[in-house]
Design a protein around this ligand. Structure first.
Ligand SMILES: [Zn+2]
Length: 246
């Protein structure tokens, strides 16, 4: 009888030891996988390891917003001291907030941000505004220019078409097609970023005649830019006027 009890006890001890050894191995393995998963950074050119589970969600798509002149100079200046750089930064910050709320990772970039070199993102939009001088009654409206130096200029044109359509309809501003300048089409950041990145520059309006919108209602301007970017990302329909350009 005593022998039997001893046997049962020893079997129990052996089983318990085996079980705890197995459990701790399992724990170590889990911890390792957990660590690998949490520190995993997407590395270009390395195929994904299919044996490992992916405990962390995929990185969110990235977008870049340049606040024109930020960190560099004032840009256009109004007689009362209002600067284009300040106007741009307010709008750009609002655009960033809206896109983050839509589920994107957004970089708010300075005019000559060091991150612009080789910058990779789904899209890059640089936000500027036009002169505060009174030129004439036609100096009102917005402009958009696409980066055609990229690998996919048709994508940049598509982003530009989306911005023209959505920014125009949401702000009510006219498209000022006549005065797209070399400053816009050969914008410095277009050459600095990775050529896979779709990029455009928008002049949101003239600080003189469109000041009411740009200074007092930056929320509306930001809404227009955000809607334009989302139109591009989700491949939304743009109005016939925009798509019928030769
Ligand atoms: Zn500017």
């Amino acid at each position: 009888m005593f022998k039997q009890v001893l046997l049962v006890l020893s079997v129990g001890v052996v089983l318990a030891t085996l079980f705890s050894a197995w459990t701790s191995r399992e724990l170590v393995a889990n911890t390792l996988v957990g660590k690998l998963g949490s520190t995993a950074v997407p590395v270009v050119g390395v195929p994904p390891d299919n044996d490992l589970p992916t405990p962390t969600p995929r990185p969110r798509p990235r977008l870049g917003i340049v606040a024109g002149h930020w960190g560099s100079d004032s840009g256009a200046v109004c007689p009362d001291g209002l600067t284009e750089a300040d106007v741009n930064l307010v709008i750009a910050t609002l655009v960033k907030e809206k896109l983050v709320a839509e589920g994107f990772d957004v970089d708010l970039l300075k005019e000559f941000d060091i991150r612009l070199t080789g910058y990779r993102a789904l899209a890059l939009v640089s936000i500027h505004a036009d002169s505060c001088e009174y030129l004439n009654d036609q100096a009102t409206g917005f402009k958009v220019a696409a980066a055609l130096s990229t690998t996919n200029p048709e994508k940049a044109e598509r982003l530009a078409a989306c911005l023209r359509s959505r920014y125009g309809s949401i702000t009510g501003l006219d498209y000022h097609a006549g005065s797209i300048t070399v400053d816009m089409t050969s914008y410095h950041a277009f050459d600095e970023i990775n050529h896979e990145t779709t990029a455009v520059i928008i002049e949101t309006g003239f600080l003189n005649l469109d000041r009411q919108l740009l200074e007092q209602n930056p929320e509306i301007a930001a809404q227009g830019i955000t809607a334009g970017i989302l139109c591009y990302i989700y491949n939304e329909d743009v109005s016939p006027i925009e798509t019928s350009t030769p």
